[in-house]
Write a protein that binds this ligand. Structure first.
Ligand code: COA
Length: 328
């Protein structure tokens, strides 16, 4: 449920969303000027709702995203890679903390967000609903999914909502290290043995569709983009972000003599736009509805963690009673 505990009266959810036109105009002028919006500032109810939705989904993606990589900590090839993947998983959980804190500034409690995640009400990134079957999957995630996240997050870090932008700035520094470790693992496999190359190629083939889905549906099918871009929450459209990613990373994959499983993928030299075949949007919509290969497993693990970790939360909760030295 939407918390909204400390929202100003005119912004409580049960009231109709008819904004004061003068306040709305002043707000949009500030956005156009490039001002940052802070939690105590007036904001349209829809802006608040959209930010909560997006930041919350992002936070969930970080904790769920730690699960496939977490299962490889004990199986990473060698001490150096084990240390790196362990640090990365820890960072992802830290990112979730930063993002939940940013979403809380908008009035939804962390408990409400976690409940919505484990009850399947909130979405999280499609890509974390696929299995990481081999170490090559981890290399593909570390290189390409972190690269995709950086494209999205460096753009949105220049957006309008102060707490989200500041969280994204910090996250991007750490993501840059993640990308380096992912690229290093990816290149090691690509330039290793025949077997490591073919395992990497198979992982790349498996992950290409989910990676193409990562930036969301095409601009025509996107529901929220227009509003979010007007209010500078999203700083580029889904197709523009996808194009930026393809432009930066497809050449880096091809230079390693690896292939991508889309015969139509090419850059139009006149427009600079990447063309590609249908990445199977039906599959995307099924996955985000909860019907992907690992959705049930991911949520089951989170539910288990909530249940088993409840005593830790209870122990950390501040107590009200006053401590007095017991009488001898
Ligand atoms: N995974 C899961 N759901 C996705 C998705 C993805 N990769 N891309 C889009 N969707 C969902 C949206 O959440 C929305 O569903 P909802 O209305 O039930 O919330 C629906 O598909 C329509 O998409 P769209 O209107 O384009 O959503 P959007 O404008 O919010 O754009 C993102 C989607 C992912 C680009 C945007 O939310 C974003 O930049 N999020 C922050 C970054 C993030 O969460 N990264 C994930 C992991 S690092």
């Amino acid at each position: 449920m939407y918390g909204g505990g400390y929202l100003p009266d005119d912004q409580k959810r049960h009231l109709p969303i008819a904004e004061d036109p003068d306040k709305l105009a002043a707000f949009e002028t500030r956005i156009d000027r490039g001002d940052k919006v802070e939690p105590q500032d007036w904001m349209p109810t829809e802006y608040r709702k959209q930010l909560i939705r997006m930041i919350e989904q992002h936070a969930h993606s970080e904790i769920i995203g730690a699960l496939p990589e977490g299962t490889w900590i004990t199986r990473a090839p060698g001490f150096k890679r084990k240390m790196a993947i362990m640090a990365k998983v820890q960072d992802e959980i830290g990112h979730a903390q930063l993002l939940y804190a940013a979403a809380e500034t908008l009035g939804k409690t962390r408990e409400a967000m976690i409940n919505d995640l484990i009850n399947g009400k909130s979405k999280y990134s499609n890509v974390f609903n696929y299995p990481a079957e081999t170490w090559s999957d981890i290399a593909v995630i570390g290189f390409l999914i972190d690269a995709a996240a950086i494209v999205n997050q460096t753009l949105n870090a220049k957006g309008s909502y102060g707490p989200y932008c500041r969280a994204l700035e910090r996250i991007c520094y750490e993501e840059a290290f993640h990308l380096k470790q992912g690229h290093d693992a990816f290149v090691a496999l690509a330039t290793g043995t025949e077997r490591s190359r073919s395992e990497l190629q198979a992982a790349l083939n498996r992950w290409w569709k989910p990676i193409m889905h990562f930036f969301g549906p095409s601009d025509k099918a996107s529901v929220h983009s227009e509003k979010l871009m007007r209010w500078k929450v999203k700083m580029a459209s889904n197709d523009d972000m996808r194009n930026q990613f393809l432009d930066m990373y497809v050449p880096r994959i091809w230079e390693l003599d690896l292939t991508l499983p889309d015969p139509e993928l090419r850059k139009d030299s006149d427009t600079g736009v990447w063309l590609f075949g249908d990445p199977d949007w039906n599959e995307f919509f099924e996955v985000i509805k909860g019907n992907g290969p690992c959705n049930a497993e991911r949520l089951a693990v989170r539910r288990w963690a909530e249940e088993k970790g409840e005593w830790v939360k209870r122990a950390l909760r501040p107590r009200n009673e006053i401590y007095v030295t017991p009488l001898a």
